[in-house]
Design a binder for this molecule. Sequence first.
Ligand code: CTP
Ligand code: MG
Length: 245
Amino acid sequence: MIADRDVTAQLHARGDVAVVVPAAGAGVRLGPGGPKALRLLEGEPLLVHAVRRLAAAPSVRLIVVAAPPADVDAVHALLAPVAPVTVVAGGAERQESVAAALAAVPEEVAIVLVHDAARCLTPPSVIERVAAAVREGADAVIPVLPVVDTIKEVDGDDIVLGTVDRSALRAVQTPQGFRATMLRAAHAAAADSHTDDAGAVEKLGIPVRCVPGSDLALKITRPIDLALATHLLALPDPDPDAASA
Ligand code: CTP
Ligand code: MG
């Protein structure tokens, strides 16, 4: 059992990418229930949906999942039929979960992606796009979408201070891709808590490149997101990008 969880569990031997999957969160905003990654979407845990799409991306050589500490064995059993994965115990903060999984990635893998289990419908085309941008030379890559809402800056009393120029804003998704050495350095240097790994890399002064994200890479956060994801799963061709992946 322990040997199964060893980092030698490989997916596509020709792949050059390791994916770290933080999946240890409680899912408080989703309402009462078990850990979010294990909640069901059309009968399957979110984590299964996420790992199936990662495993379909040819660049992905290995996957390391950070699971809720009480569920490490259950998660390993759940994912074994889906893909060979390494499962480690996550931490109290997302950042700790990422660090625990990153520690299990062998040094010789040069490209690491960090992908939220909660973005469980992210298509393989986005995973490949992020990996390709790192392979082509970027140290850090994030998938983004334009911001569609008008954004206001407000003061502590909810009085509007001004309207932000949204043309310069981007909403950020995962997977975020990194040269492995860069991600390790950023994590080692990060003093403050961060929800976004690219944020830690930015603090090192390293340029972060944006590539197009996908509506399918939405993060399941609130109950309405689960309803939307259920609908997206039923679409005949949910990934319009697939042909150009
Ligand atoms: N995550 C993690 N370890 C934590 C907290 C979060 O691995 N201690 C993971 C989640 O499982 C999720 C991703 O980080 O895949 C993004 O976090 P978020 O969407 O905030 O998920 P939760 O923390 O589970 O949700 P909530 O904040 O509503 O409790
Ligand atoms: Mg959270």
